[in-house]
Design a protein. Structure first.
Length: 720
């Protein structure tokens, strides 16, 4: 690291050593994303004006920056490209829904360490903006070659004054930086080193460490999609056509069930620069089909001839077990162009060893009353939750960085366990035990809306079943790239302590964002110190109540849903975030997620959240000690709902572990579906979902065969 001093600044700041050079004529996107870019946000879709062409679609999101992102540890050196007179080449189509909207730009950011410090040591993400002119916001393609600007704020200003810049280059703006510490540097006035906005922290843009390039919706004023194509930094006369050719089709993949997940292996083909791995509940013949989800994108670095990938997945609910998943692998060219042919690179894996994910359980009346009594008495206790309920665990093994901090935290620094349940009265209870080596809460006068800057807990909550949303699925989650209102509404819950960190000196507060922006009516929270067995303080714990009927924004038609009870199961978008503020402001945030796309934009991007089961009490429970009453004989219940359209749940109970077959027949005795086939199941209750899509309306019979001798059958009605 080299310390540099900017003229006129009152603080020293650190800039990183130069990153690797971007290289000549670097293509970010042609018909695919360059595999040298580790992270990519946006969706590759058909051109809205030409379905033979692939483009990137970015959907509107409040204050959303969606980008090509280089490695978080170091950016790339673009200084030579700028010195060579290179251009940013981009084809741009902006929906007319963005006409008149503020803060719409193409943006580049330089490297940051994620710090929110205000003492001059922060390496903040400084911005280079190209605001999109109004005449380009008309739903038509515009093909632009924008010269890269002069190297500094002053040189850019001089170029405008002297009229020495290309007309497109005059639009560039060195836009300052915004910190996770909730302050800006030159953002509000755009005056560069002469800013009144924390001038001591102003830095020149780091051309030697450019980290992100993308589209910035810098407002909450609403808007529509934008599309990009043919994105590169290079010479004006560079021919991009060669980047559109696909590679050969993928082949030679082996598929295997292991104790740690579903494993795929293949020999690396040196003509490929990367691979995409997909999964689906159905056999994959078309990677664009509904229900097919991208698991991971792999960049081949040449360090090994053999590539192994393990999909370490948890089953969202025991009713889905045993889970049979299909996989497919595609090949990518150097420029990210994909060959979608999976005829020789797809298979199905049935893995009985996949673990069951934690879920949100229906509480009995007595359990809900116990939690409510604890809350009203100020007791931060989870004693009302059933003993068998598995908590969500947020730690170094299950969490990734959010929008603050750096790698290297430990579980002693920050980790948590979260128990979640709901009552028949639609009350959501959340109990969290947070391990934190230095508890620094918000002050008594800090409103809960600002408590994210201090030690606090946040939850993303989608009040809908992901299967009911077009483009949503259990494993793909919600398709929402922004927090939406209406029938499928998204919320942010926050639980925060305000005070000195002792039980007596601290008040706990619940908060609902993106909707009522307030504490929910009838809600509440309790705070206490978390102790180890020796009585030493190790963190804090909080119990919170969110009445789900009180979180909706009625003016924007948010829908109130009845809770799933009995045998019902709903799969909701859900995520957990922990904020840690060891100093004056938050310096670390971690988020519970096994999804590779989860990052610092989780707070306004439900598409990054996992699908979590809200499980009615009569469904099978994922417990280590049984957790359900064991019947004295085999019991086959009536399906629910009945009549149904198109799906229903079939529940049965076993007195002991045994192989089970469950099949569905029409009234002529012809089999129409095999739901279980000689599947070894444990004692207790089990629930299997049956989907009648593709079947005609009418009466069907479902038959349970267990232990090779006992047969029970019931009728059900599919009414379309």
């Amino acid at each position: 690291m080299v310390a540099l001093l900017f003229t006129g600044a009152t603080e020293l700041y650190a800039q990183s050593d130069p990153g690797p050079p971007l290289g000549d004529d670097f293509i970010f996107f042609a018909n695919g994303t360059n595999t040298a870019v580790p992270n990519f946000e946006g969706t590759v879709v058909d051109d809205p004006l030409d379905d033979t062409n692939k483009v990137i679609q970015y959907n509107y999101g409040d204050w959303s920056f969606q980008a090509f992102r280089f490695d978080a540890a170091v950016g790339v050196d673009v200084s030579q490209n700028r010195a060579d007179g290179d251009v940013l080449n981009v084809s741009l189509l902006v929906s007319a829904d963005n006409a008149g909207k503020p803060g719409l730009s193409i943006m580049l950011e330089d490297k940051t360490d994620g710090s929110g410090a205000m003492d001059g040591t922060a390496d903040l993400p400084f911005r280079l903006l190209w605001p999109i002119p109004e005449h380009y916001r008309n739903g038509e393609w515009h093909h632009l070659q924008i010269p890269l600007p002069p190297a500094t704020f002053e040189e850019l200003a001089t170029g405008r004054t002297d009229d020495t810049l290309d007309s497109l280059a005059t639009h560039w703006v060195y836009g300052g930086a915004w910190s996770s510490g909730n302050f800006g540097v030159g953002v509000s006035d755009l005056l560069g080193p002469d800013t009144e906005d924390n001038p001591q922290l102003w830095q020149e843009y780091e051309w030697t460490n450019v980290q992100n390039l993308g589209v910035f919706y810098d407002s909450n004023a609403g808007g529509g999609p934008m599309y990009l194509d043919n994105v590169y930094i290079g010479a004006e006369d560079f021919d991009i056509s060669a980047a559109a050719d696909p590679p050969a089709a993928m082949s030679g993949v082996t598929f295997e069930a292991t104790a740690t997940g579903n494993k795929m292996s293949w020999m690396h083909n040196s003509s490929f620069s990367g691979y995409n791995v997909y999964t689906s509940l159905a056999p994959i013949t078309d990677i664009t089909a509904d229900g097919v989800e991208l698991v991971r994108r792999i960049t081949a670095d040449g360090s090994s001839d053999m590539i192994d990938i393990t999909h370490s997945i948890q089953i969202p609910h025991v009713s889905l077990a045993p889970l049979e998943l299909s996989y497919a692998v595609t090949s990518l060219s150097t420029f990210g162009v994909e060959n979608p042919d999976v005829s020789s690179s797809s298979s199905t894996i049935n893995n009985p060893d996949l673990p069951i994910q934690a879920f949100i359980t229906e509480l009995t009346e007595g359990e809900a009353e116990q939690l409510f009594d604890d809350l009203t008495a100020g007791n931060a206790s989870g004693s009302g939750f059933p003993d068998w309920l598995k908590p969500f665990e947020v730690n170094t093994g299950t969490a990734v960085l959010g929008d603050a901090g750096a790698l290297g935290w430990t579980d002693e620094d920050l980790s948590a366990k979260v128990w979640a349940g709901y009552s028949a009265d639609n009350e959501l209870f959340l109990y969290t035990e947070v391990t934190d080596d230095q508890v620094t809460l918000a002050g008594e006068s800090v409103p809960p809306s600002d408590a994210w800057q201090h030690d606090s807990i946040e939850f993303g909550w989608g009040n809908y079943d992901v299967r009911d949303v077009e483009g949503g699925s259990i494993f793909g989650g919600s398709p929402h790239t922004d927090m939406l209102r209406g029938e499928f509404a998204d919320y942010q819950f926050r639980v925060s302590g305000h005070g000195d960190g002792t039980k007596a000196g601290t008040a706990a507060m619940p908060y609902v964002g993106w909707s009522i922006n307030d504490a929910p009516a009838g809600g509440g929270a309790a705070y206490d110190v978390l102790m180890d067995e020796a009585g030493a303080a190790t963190g804090y714990k909080m119990l919170a109540l969110f009445p789900l009927d009180a979180i909706q924004n009625a003016e924007e038609s948010d829908v109130v849903l009845d809770p799933p009870l009995g045998t019902d199961v709903r799969f909701v978008p859900f995520i957990i975030a922990l904020n840690d503020g060891d100093g004056a402001n938050r310096d670390l945030q971690i988020i519970w997620s096994s999804r590779g796309i989860a990052d610092g934009q989780w707070w306004n991007t439900p598409a990054q959240w996992l699908s979590v089961a809200m499980s009615g009490r009569l469904t099978a429970t994922a417990t280590e000690d049984g957790g359900t009453e064991v019947p004295g004989a085999i019991v086959l219940d009536q399906n629910y709902p009945n009549p149904f359209n198109p799906a229903t749940s079939i529940r049965f109970a076993l007195p002991d572990a045994q192989p089970v077959t469950l099949r569905v027949f029409d009234m002529l005795g012809r089999p129409v579906a095999t739901l279980l086939q000689d599947t070894q199941l444990s004692s207790g209750s089990h629930t299997v979902r049956f989907d009648g899509n593709g079947l005609a309306s009418g009466v069907y019979v479902y038959r349970l065969e267990a232990g090779g001798s006992v047969i029970q059958a019931r009728r059900m009605l599919l009414a379309k």
